[in-house]
Design a protein around this ligand. Structure first.
Ligand code: SF4
Length: 369
């Protein structure tokens, strides 16, 4: 947003507090991985202080039921890893079968799709990449759809029309993503095309999007200090996740998680050491790596998977696109995150240092309990 206040960040703080007070609404908090490493800063903690259990307890105290984005990040990786492997089977291993033939329309290199800043940038400036981008929804949007279908029916026993899903995210672009017509009209499209009954409700995947700064403001207005909440938390079915979902918040995390799945699917066994350090690197805006995978279907023959990870620097992204135009085989898989270092440095995270008072909390510390 504009440092002179000409453009302000959209805020749904008032709407979410009103929803929490509405007895008819079942309000679900959907917190992203990067929120729990930054929220403490808003309440006097140090940058990087992890407060997962205190955040979950604070959300419950505020009246939310929690559906953790870490869990839907796991689901995203299952989808995206499977999609990527089908591309490898079609384009690299020459397989032709009903299971992989549709990948003829989805060429390599494969791009990640979970960063709405990158997706919008790509649509406007690099439209030729559209067929290459994963068809998988971002973890937040996947959670919105699953929350109003699977979880509403099987976990919460609620009518989806009463479920209000609030994403809590380090990202201002997620506010835009939630408003995209594809994520609001999908239900309507399904009704119009007779996929589901005509009396099915029409509603968005995500009802409101709050940034990390916004949820801190919600807590302050409700008199809740997360850092004063208990440091242990009883894990509910919609709060379980693996380490793969956790690392989504950092540049290289989506790639590392996808490579673990890709390795397991192609090699027929899990990686002995799941840490793929070569794709990490907060200090570099472009990282390249080669990951050798023994192919189970070809008796252990080594397939060298070439990947790239880009974060933050537009110039590096332009270079990557230029290289691909000249050499489409340079990489099989490319992760792009718009913010430097990934979502941990997203536009909705706490602001550091003096001079940012135009976006300072509207309810001052200390909170009254
Ligand atoms: Fe949002 Fe930045 Fe993360 Fe992209 S990298 S999803 S723009 S916070």
């Amino acid at each position: 947003a504009c440092p002179f206040g000409a453009i302000e960040q959209m805020s749904f703080v008032d709407d979410v507090i009103a929803a929490l007070k509405d007895p008819k609404k079942f309000v679900v908090a959907h917190p992203s991985p990067a929120v729990r490493v930054a929220l403490a800063e808003e309440f006097g903690g140090k940058p990087g202080d992890l407060c997962t259990d205190q955040m979950l307890n604070a959300l419950e105290k505020a009246g939310f039921t929690v559906y953790d984005v870490n869990q839907t990040a796991d689901q995203t990786i299952l989808e995206e890893g499977t999609e990527f492997i089908k591309k490898v089977r079609y384009w690299c291993l020459g397989e032709r079968s009903p299971e992989v033939n549709m990948m003829a329309h989805h060429p390599l290199p494969h791009f990640t799709s979970c960063c709405p800043g990158w997706v919008r940038n790509m649509e406007i400036n690099f439209a030729s990449a559209i067929p290459h981008v994963s068809t998988t929804k971002s973890p937040i949007q996947m959670g919105g759809a699953l929350g109003k279908t699977w979880a509403a029916k099987h976990v919460w026993n609620k009518d989806p029309r009463d479920v209000c899903i609030v994403s809590i995210t380090p990202c201002t672009a997620k506010i835009f993503e939630a408003s995209r017509p594809e994520f609001i009209d999908a239900w309507k499209w399904n009704v119009e095309h007779n996929v589901i009954p005509k009396d099915s409700p029409v509603f968005p995947d995500i009802d409101y999007s709050l940034t990390t700064r916004d949820i801190a403001e919600v807590f302050r207005r409700l008199g809740i200090d997360p850092l004063k909440m208990p440091t242990t938390h009883e894990v509910k079915p919609t709060e379980k996740y693996t380490g793969a979902g956790t690392i989504f918040g950092c540049s290289g995390g989506v790639m590392e998680a996808a490579l673990r799945t890709a390795y397991a699917l192609l090699a027929g066994e899990e990686l002995k050491n799941p840490d793929i350090i070569s794709v990490r690197g907060l200090n570099n805006s472009l990282v390249e790596a080669t990951v050798p995978i023994p192919l189970k279907a070809q008796g252990g023959k080594i397939f060298e998977l070439r990947v790239a990870v880009v974060n933050g620097a537009l110039q590096d992204l332009k270079n990557v696109m230029k290289i691909i135009n000249e050499d489409k085989d340079r990489w099989h898989f490319i992760e792009v995150m718009n913010c430097p270092g990934g979502c941990v440095n997203g536009g909705g995270q706490p602001l550091q240092g003096a001079g940012s008072s135009w976006l300072a909390p509207t309810t001052p510390l200390p909170v009254k309990l």
